[in-house]
Design a protein around this ligand. Sequence first.
Ligand code: F0G
Length: 460
Amino acid sequence: MKKRPIIEPFRIKVVEPIRMTRAPERRRILEAARYNLFGVHADDVIVDLLTDSGTGAMSAEQWAGMIRGDESYAGAPSFYRFDAVVRELTGMSFIFPTHQGRAAERIFCDVLPLRDKVVLSNGLFDTTRANIEAAGASGFDLPREDALGGTQAFGGDIDLAKLDRALEEHGDRVALVVMTVTNNTVGGQAVSLANLRAVAERVRSITPAKRPILLLDACRFAENAFRIASDEPAERGRPLAEIARAMFDLADVFTMSAKKDAIVNTGGILGVRDQALADAIRVDLIRTEGFPTYGGLAGRDLEAIAQGLREVLDPSYLEYRFAASRYLASALQAAGWPVITPAAAHAVYIDAGAALPHLAPADLPGQSVACALYLAGGIRTCEIGTLMFGAAAEGKRQLVRLAIPRRVYTQSHIDYVAAVGAEIAEVRAKLPGMRILEEPRCLRHFTAAMAPLSPFPDFE
Ligand code: F0G
């Protein structure tokens, strides 16, 4: 029997028009934005794949929750509904809402003694690293050597041999071990439950006085749980809520950007088991975000998060989500683009360095592909390479991330992206290198001004 297509498991109730643009107009827009896609107005974008963060579509039940939201300063019922859902999902004892994931990170780093300490991770997200460094600690990423090799199911795992060496080398200076699920800094690859267990065992074998805290950066926990249920032989077919709970059970603390797998437009969560830590966090939260029953959020946001967390573990939603990215990844591969595999759920990554061998990393091949996608089709993506990381990108791949917002685009939008990708693939040898004209002191990819070294080919 012919295999049936995996359909979007939702109907559309509210729509937003997309303003269609043509190539000559987009060329003017990109020049005015000085070839920085963060400077392009969203109205001038046809398919926006800049990020999967805060860009998802809420369900009817989430909007219903928004109406139910109670805005009392203290003790709002919306908080207690949120608290019950998050505690059931994670098993953590103390749950704190924050305005974004990075606020949860910042508060946690504030309450720990981190000066001159070491943080080990499978891959720190850039705000996590920045918060750790601002607290006076050093962060080390210990990904598997073959993380992006496409030959293993769980490229997001931490390299256990490297972890053992680092624990030995840094001893009781190691204050924190951070496991990011999925591992956004290495192509969004998933982390196996076996790897999380092995990390937890190592941490627990250290005497309590010197034991580091194990933190789960859990913003894409549902996508990670789905990969465990699909591809980890010992876990295959286990209920997703059970797998998610098993992941959280291994951690002492979690931070979560609710803008991803809670499918809301803003929000973050910090959860801990330890009473003394919770007391310190509460004081910091009140000082910087808000009273503990709302954190940096409105009551209505708490309702939307609680409902989003109930919806995200639906297997048909996650099946559709992975099907969309796999479909895009294989269409781009068929067009000749080297793509990181297996495809993550939240994004497809093009290896622009490998695709454009005529350009050196300093010529920003990723930014050249990102600009071409905009010029040819009004598609906005994000470079993850030398533009983003500067000298720290040396030896790393030059990637372009096509992030897929949750429940926003249909298969025909994805077909459109694949078709534009195929058009560019045909002229990729002609894509120009880029130069940075002006850049700020840090986080340059957000605001740097750039220019191509020679004109882009004409599209359309
Ligand atoms: N941790 C991870 C793994 C993330 O991917 C992000 C955000 C954060 C923490 C911070 O959360 O944005 O709510 O403050 N990632 C977005 C992205 C921005 O595009 O990947 P936040």
